[in-house]
Design a protein around this ligand. Structure first.
Ligand code: F6R
Length: 592
């Protein structure tokens, strides 16, 4: 939900800002802009569309300013237009602000500023910040920002520069992510670590309620009352190579192929952490799993595992629903929030609400030091590395690995089950070897407008995930459904134009799923199935079979999801769509 970056140092800021913005583009790509201090002037350049539009518009412009801020936008308040693109400035063009998040009380502040004669140039909530800082400025940017922050409500992060103090950037974090990169004679600010990884691996993760004051010589952090805070510098283990495409056409394809490593690293990380939680899931009357999107689908699989292997009742709730429902939660409950980014605002708020009601909270996240990680009572990590493609793939299978591990650690057959889990990376490799076959199948379906995805039991959530992958990157309508429910309504949709993707490994519901396939065939639907290698019965019932190796039923979700990710990828890629940055989406959703 918008990416922000800032640089101050000895180098020309523009190339560094543009490079950082490209790495942040997954957070939003409706418009992009930069502001630079050029001598005594503030230069602001912005364009609607992707960063490359901005880069093109800057060719040949001789900017050499050494301090600047940049922004890539995912529109919330105000349409994606030039006037709404960031950075926003005050009326005299002396202060420039880039912002991520939402200022909830901006209308009230806007009216107040209008009454004072200020004319607004955009429809954004951000512009009020620039005007408030200009109004409060009495020679010290930090004091003006602290005074401004007192007025703001909502979840946000922003960075500001001024012509009055070249070389200085002040950043604020309250709800949206912001990290500081420490260099030699230069320092950085960014929404996310990969944006600054080519320049430094020394990072400070800011917490809510913190303000950072950056110059080339130093970094100082304060609370909202101006009291200095000492923070630890973290050395980031990722290198930039892991955040580049490495020969693949898209990040999504690269990340699909990284799943063996993501699952392997996650399992090894969990095993080497010893007792990952200081209690048993059984110590609670129930476990509530909270998440959004793909992470929610991982939770649905996790529920089956926990109920079977631990014997504890599990509820799975969308984070955005949890917060506004009257679900009775108390200290008898364990609430696990699952989030790749650790910054999804719905999940963060839901977790905090559960904590206030007395529940014990666990963050299951991929980004160490993210808000959800820091605010939960305990954390469990996936080790999938940075995921750049907007569609989640490797972080999903890594989440499955962590949820399976949490379930099996309390089971008497723990050793055998760990053994099964350790096989998963090489089993995923086997599925990936058949990517070309999936590509061939994808070719047949490029003109279809609707898809139905069916699965039962552990593979019902995989049907939901397969449908989500297809719709988000190909813009083809797809619905996931429990196969047994089809006869209660969706069967009416089936005709010769409807491809039906059925997940049918030989598990406890195999025979039932085959009956559901017969129901589809009787109505002339085209069946594309995912099933075990050599399953001739399934092959005969399907126009195409995407094969996975024979595995115990609990392991099937790790494998059945892979051909569905590939199918969605190849369809979208062959349609010439922007797979890594699908329209209207952003990787990290830090607004409600
Ligand atoms: C879909 C996708 C989203 C995210 C959702 C939650 O491919 O990526 O549905 O899963 O926005 O994000 P996290 O896991 O970061 O909380």
């Amino acid at each position: 939900m918008c990416g922000i970056i800032g640089y101050t140092g000895e180098e020309s800021a523009l190339p560094l800002l543009l490079g950082g913005l490209e790495r942040l583009e997954y957070r939003g790509y409706d418009s992009a802009g930069v502001a630079l201090i050029e001598g005594k002037k503030l230069i602001v350049e912005k364009r609607v569309g992707k960063i490359r539009e901005l880069v093109r518009s800057l060719w040949g412009k001789p900017y050499s300013g050494k301090t600047g801020i940049g922004h890539t936008r995912w529109a919330t308040h105000g349409a994606p237009s030039l006037k709404n693109a960031h950075p926003h400035t005050d009326s005299r063009n002396e202060f420039a602000v880039v912002h991520n998040g939402i200022i909830e009380n901006f209308l009230e502040i806007r009216e107040e500023l209008k009454r004072e004669g200020i004319r607004f140039r955009s429809e954004t909530d951000t512009e009020v910040i620039a005007h408030l800082i200009a109004r409060s400025y009495r020679g010290d940017l930090l004091s003006a920002v602290l005074e401004t922050v007192e007025r703001l409500k909502g979840a946000f992060a922003f960075a500001v520069i001024t012509v009055h103090e070249p070389g200085r950037i002040v950043g604020v974090k309250q709800g949206s992510p912001l990290v500081v990169g420490i260099g030699e004679g230069e320092n950085f600010l960014a929404s996310d670590i990969p944006a600054i990884l080519p320049y430094t691996r020394k990072v400070i993760t800011l917490s809510d309620g913190e303000v950072v004051d950056i110059t080339p010589e130093g970094v100082n952090i304060y609370d909202f009352y101006g009291n200095p805070i000492t923070k630890e510098i973290m050395i980031v283990p990722w290198d930039i190579v892991s955040a580049e495409r490495g020969g693949f056409k898209h990040f999504m394809l690269k990340e699909i192929h990284e799943q063996p490593k993501a699952v392997g690293d996650t399992v090894r990380g969990l095993i080497s952490s010893g007792e990952i939680l200081p209690f048993s899931l059984k110590d609670f009357r129930r476990v509530i799993l909270i998440a959004c999107g793909t992470s929610y689908h991982a939770c649905l699989v996790g529920k089956f595992w926990m109920e079977k292997l631990v014997g504890v009742p599990v509820e799975v709730v969308y984070a955005s629903e949890f917060r506004y429902a009257d679900i009775p939660v108390s200290d008898k409950d364990l609430v696990i929030g699952v989030s790749q980014s650790g910054e999804t605002i719905d999940t963060k708020f839901a977790m905090n609400m559960a904590k206030e009601k007395g529940a014990t909270t666990v963050a299951l996240v991929n980004v160490v030091g993210s808000s959800i990680d820091r605010e939960a009572d305990h954390s469990v990590y996936t080790h999938a590395g940075p995921e750049i493609g907007v569609a989640a793939t490797k972080t999903f299978t890594a989440q499955l690995a962590a949820l399976y591990y949490l379930s099996l650690r309390e089971n008497p057959d723990r050793e055998t089950l760990i053994g099964d889990l350790m096989q998963v990376p090489s089993l995923i490799e086997t599925v990936l070897e058949k990517a070309e076959e999936v590509e061939r199948i994808a070719e047949k379906f490029l003109k279809k407008k609707n898809f139905l995805y069916l699965g039962r039991y552990l593979n019902y959530p995989i049907a939901l995930e397969g449908a989500l992958k297809l719709k988000e990157i190909s813009y083809i309508h797809a619905e996931g459904y429990p196969a047994g429910e089809m006869k209660h309504g969706p069967i009416a949709l089936i005709d010769e134009n409807m491809p039906v993707v059925v997940i049918a490994p030989q598990d406890r519901v195999y025979e039932k799923t085959l009956s559901n396939i017969e129901e589809v065939r009787t109505r002339k639907g085209t069946v594309v199935s995912v099933g075990f290698e050599g399953d001739e019965r399934l092959r005969k019932l399907s126009s195409d079979l995407m094969e996975i190796p024979h595995v115990p039923e609990d392991i099937t979700p790790f494998l059945t999801v892979v051909p569905l990710q590939l199918l969605a990828y190849f369809i979208a890629s062959k349609l010439g769509l922007d797979v890594d940055q699908p329209r209207n989406l952003a990787k990290t959703v830090t607004v409600e």
